[in-house]
Write a protein that binds this ligand. Structure first.
Ligand SMILES: *Cc1c(COP(=O)(O)O)cnc(C)c1O
Length: 437
């Protein structure tokens, strides 16, 4: 469900025609629909209303400040995985009580910043991390609120790169180790055990893995409760799937129904960390057709956006619908459109640089604008400047108006931190030149 529509021979984001927007802001450009993001949050809340969850949006999916502001205004908290994301949250004045600090490799400095900001929870993923957090909290004279991230060894049946809750993944600790860690946190005067968490993967399109994983976490919570009076939260992580190719992902109600009995029986409150599902379908990438060519019996449409702008197709073989911003309507979700098949490729010097492969696409002339759908999550967030391509601008549409909420990078930006004339400096400890040779 989103607010991108075809109407009178054009694609629109809410009430703004995408071809006009492309002319105004240039291409490539990421365009987000504020109304779609609000809809998603409201529908999620409605589905889980009786559980009154704390919804902490996973900033890494799309950390644009204007996008975060929309989510904060909707009452969301934030799930962060770095000091950089914490800085974004602080810049917007997000209250610490609505921030959850996740991540498998938090540094001492990040822990200190999190404690200073009064975050609601640190989700801890290993024993040495718990040790360090205890040390840092003790040194600051603070008590650190702790969740233990468990690895429930459940197969979410998604892409292997975005599977996180199997035994062989680097995330979390297994249930036995988790129990030990939780007990240790509950006993420490510098730590307060407040949550048990799991996050089984991303783009999870069935509800059973959630029930299975959260069931295991809740069983552990029940065992721990006598020793952990501060245990307050069951954190089910994120990972809800979105509609990319077809309508394969279940609705919010289905996820809610799967976990409701477990949460109710636990007597704990529900915390969740959705990223993709709130913003994924709320964004498109606009690209302009540069050339069309044929070779090896194939049609290639070469556009001005590449893998540096949108990495997901190259990295995960991700499927994103692509359609011209003007002309006939796109096919319904899950169906093929009319037109000769083409690969839509970018200008980057890599064979893996494509946005879509083997897609039916109407004829497009050079200069035509294409919309790549479903790129609101892990789109700009994963963009790079590879091939010295400035990153695209980001635009937020709200009703009939738009704002450029991140400017297009310039060539000067690309070189801003480089110091070709930096003086060389000597170090004290030098390898014996003989030894080095
Ligand atoms: C990435 C991540 C999320 C969000 O995942 P989505 O698939 O975008 O919903 C939530 N929690 C943690 C710990 C994560 O690392």
């Amino acid at each position: 469900m989103d607010r991108f529509r075809h109407h009178r021979d054009r694609l629109w984001c809410e009430e703004v025609p995408l071809d006009v927007l492309a002319r105004r802001v240039g291409t490539p450009a990421y365009v987000y629909s504020a109304g779609t993001i609000r809809d998603h949050v409201r529908r999620l809340r409605a589905a889980f209303a009786d559980l009154d969850p704390l919804v902490c949006y996973a900033v890494k999916a799309n950390g644009n400040l204007a996008v975060l502001r929309v989510l904060l205004e909707e009452g969301c908290g934030l799930d962060i995985v770095s000091g950089g994301e914490l800085a974004r949250a602080r810049r917007l004045g997000a209250p610490g009580a609505r921030i959850v600090f996740s991540g498998v490799g938090k540094t001492r400095a990040e822990m200190e910043a999190g404690l200073a900001a009064g975050v609601r929870l640190f989700n801890v993923e290993s024993e040495p991390e718990l040790d360090l957090l205890e040390q840092v909290a003790t040194a600051r004279g603070q008590v650190a609120p702790v969740g233990i991230r468990l690895n429930p060894d459940v197969d979410p049946r998604t892409h292997r790169h975005i599977t996180t809750g199997r035994r062989e993944n680097k995330f979390g600790v297994d249930l036995a180790a988790g129990e030990r860690l939780a007990r240790r946190a509950a006993r420490s005067p510098a730590l307060r055990l407040q949550a048990l968490q799991c996050h089984i993967g991303s783009q999870v399109t069935s509800v059973e893995p959630y029930a299975e994983a959260l069931g295991r976490v809740a069983a552990l919570a029940a065992r721990l409760r006598p020793e952990a009076p501060d245990l307050e939260w069951l954190d089910m992580g994120g990972g809800f799937g979105v509609w990319y190719r077809d309508q394969a992902a279940p609705g919010f109600e289905a996820y809610a129904a799967a976990v409701r009995p477990i949460v109710k029986a636990s007597g704990l409150r529900l915390l969740m960390e959705p990223g993709r599902v709130l913003v994924g379908n709320a964004g498109v990438l606009l690209a302009r057709v540069l050339y069309e060519k044929r070779g090896g019996g194939k049609r290639f449409v070469i556009v001005d956006a590449g893998m540096n702008d949108l990495l997901r197709p190259s990295l995960y073989d991700a499927y994103h619908r692509v359609w011209p911003a003007t002309g006939p309507p796109p096919p319904p979700l899950g169906e093929e459109g009319a037109g000769e098949r083409a690969d839509v490729v970018g200008p980057v010097c890599e064979s893996g640089d494509f946005l879509a492969r083997d897609r039916a696409l109407p004829p497009v002339a050079p200069g035509a604008v294409l919309a790549v759908f479903g790129v609101g999550a892990y789109g700009f967030a994963m963009a790079s400047t590879y091939n010295d391509r400035p990153r695209p601008c980001e635009v937020l549409v709200d009703g009939a108006r738009y704002a450029v909420v991140r400017e297009r990078e310039t060539h000067a930006d690309l070189m801003r931190l480089e110091r070709p004339d930096a003086p060389f400096q000597a170090v004290e400890d030098r390898a014996d030149p003989e030894g080095v040779a």
